[in-house]
Ligand binder design. Structure first.
Ligand SMILES: [Zn+2]
Length: 411
């Protein structure tokens, strides 16, 4: 029986068996060893991390200790005093307080914070809400697309939101302070030339003049050039830009042009003082901010800042006064004025006050100051007391007059 006609069925099986005998777990064991090694290294590193975390805890302990100590010292130095809050005049006007805060944030350029507060805070009566919506208009458009129609109704410049305007102001100021570039500020002035002039502002000319002087002196941000090219550039700048100011600033322009004759010797010339100015970019930024706000009908300083500062200056006296009144069990009943002087710096006094020289009382809307024919000023009540059948005799000079000659004085 020929053996090769029926091959053994164990052939392939033996082959597979041989393969299986060769493959063992050695590879897997090696890989496991590697992992063990890695884990051991990691363990060592983790113990370093733990040491680091412990160190942080210790550091924080020191900080907490210092903070506690400071807090205690603060309490000792400034003991808590009861505030005179029997009458909180702003209690019913949360909407207006929130409005003042949002307006302050917009003025300070804190736009995202202002927008968040606007969305989340209560603004009370509808008209106040309406007003705020206009001031923060661009954030509203993102939130409610249908608010757009409302904002479009007023037409071009008028309904541009306050946020938008202050964004513009800050981009001009950034250019001025960071890049020492006056161009955007001058361009803005040129675009609002008529309005600025109607307010009596000479900002546009002042900036143009400064630009000219800086060009001439070579104190502009852009690298140094030799005398001649600097002066040529300054003169050509003057040619381009001074024309429109001739009507209002003829004298100053004449001086600037005449000074050119002295060229590099300008410092020792009679015009030296014009060219040795120390105006900094910060000062330019300040006067720009002032005029920008004035054009928006706003004061240069935030009213909230002024109110809070003035309040904290006046508060100690108010506290002292209320304590005193409580001890004496008396009350001050005049609504229009406080019973004591508030020590404010002159920069915070906006309305001059007038005290009648006869009654020694401060004038009010109901009892206004009145000017007599002779020019002396009294309060209306004092004048009434001096008047007999329409005629009076001035208590300060022999002049006599009739009440028809008197005029109410506005400060
Ligand atoms: Zn008089």
């Amino acid at each position: 029986m020929p053996s090769n006609e029926h091959p053994s069925p164990f052939g392939p099986l033996q082959g597979e068996l041989a393969k299986m005998m060769k493959s063992n777990l050695n590879g897997a064991i090696k890989d496991v060893d590697k992992i063990i090694e890695l884990l051991e290294n990691t363990k060592a590193q983790i113990s370093h991390v733990k040491q680091g975390l412990d160190a942080i805890t210790d550091d924080l302990k020191n900080v907490t200790k210092a903070q506690k100590g400071f807090g205690k010292a603060l309490d000792r130095a400034m003991p808590l005093r009861e505030l005179p809050v029997e009458i909180d005049t702003m209690e019913a006007h949360t909407g207006y307080v929130n409005r003042a805060v949002v307006m302050h944030l917009i003025r300070e350029g804190q736009f995202p914070t202002a927008e968040t507060l606007f969305r989340e805070a209560d603004f009370g009566p509808n008209e106040n809400q309406q007003y705020m919506r206009q001031q923060v208009a661009d954030s509203e458009e993102d939130q409610h697309p249908d608010a757009e129609d409302e904002n479009m109704t007023d037409g071009d410049d008028v309904d541009e939101s306050l946020t938008e305007k202050f964004r513009e102001m800050y981009s001009i100021l950034d250019e001025l302070k960071d890049n020492r570039n006056m161009e955007p500020a001058i361009e803005w002035c040129a675009a609002h030339s008529d309005l600025l002039e109607s307010k009596g502002s000479s900002l546009e000319f002042d900036l143009t003049k400064l630009q000219f002087i800086w060009l001439f002196n070579g104190t502009m941000g852009k690298g140094l050039q030799d005398d001649l090219s600097r002066q040529t550039r300054a003169v050509s700048y003057a040619h381009q830009h001074f024309g429109k100011f001739q009507r209002r600033h003829q004298k100053e322009i004449n001086q600037l042009c005449a000074a050119m004759v002295y060229g590099p010797n300008i410092a020792s010339s009679p015009y030296g003082h014009i060219f040795t100015i120390n105006t900094t970019y910060e000062q330019v930024a300040e006067s720009f901010t002032k005029d920008f706000c004035s054009l928006l009908g706003l004061s240069a300083e935030s009213p909230l800042y002024i109110a809070v500062t003035a309040g904290s200056l006046a508060l100690p006296r108010l506290i002292k006064y209320t304590h005193y009144m409580r001890e004496k069990k008396t009350e001050w009943t005049t609504e229009q004025e406080l019973a004591f002087e508030t020590p404010l710096p002159s920069s915070m006094i906006y309305h001059p006050i007038f005290v009648c020289p006869v009654s020694k009382e401060q004038t009010t809307d109901k009892n206004p100051p009145v000017r007599l024919a002779c020019g002396h000023v009294l309060s209306k009540e004092s004048l009434d007391q001096l008047t007999r059948s329409g005629k009076y005799k001035c208590p300060y000079c022999p002049a006599e007059g009739t009440t028809a000659d008197t005029v109410r004085v506005h400060f």
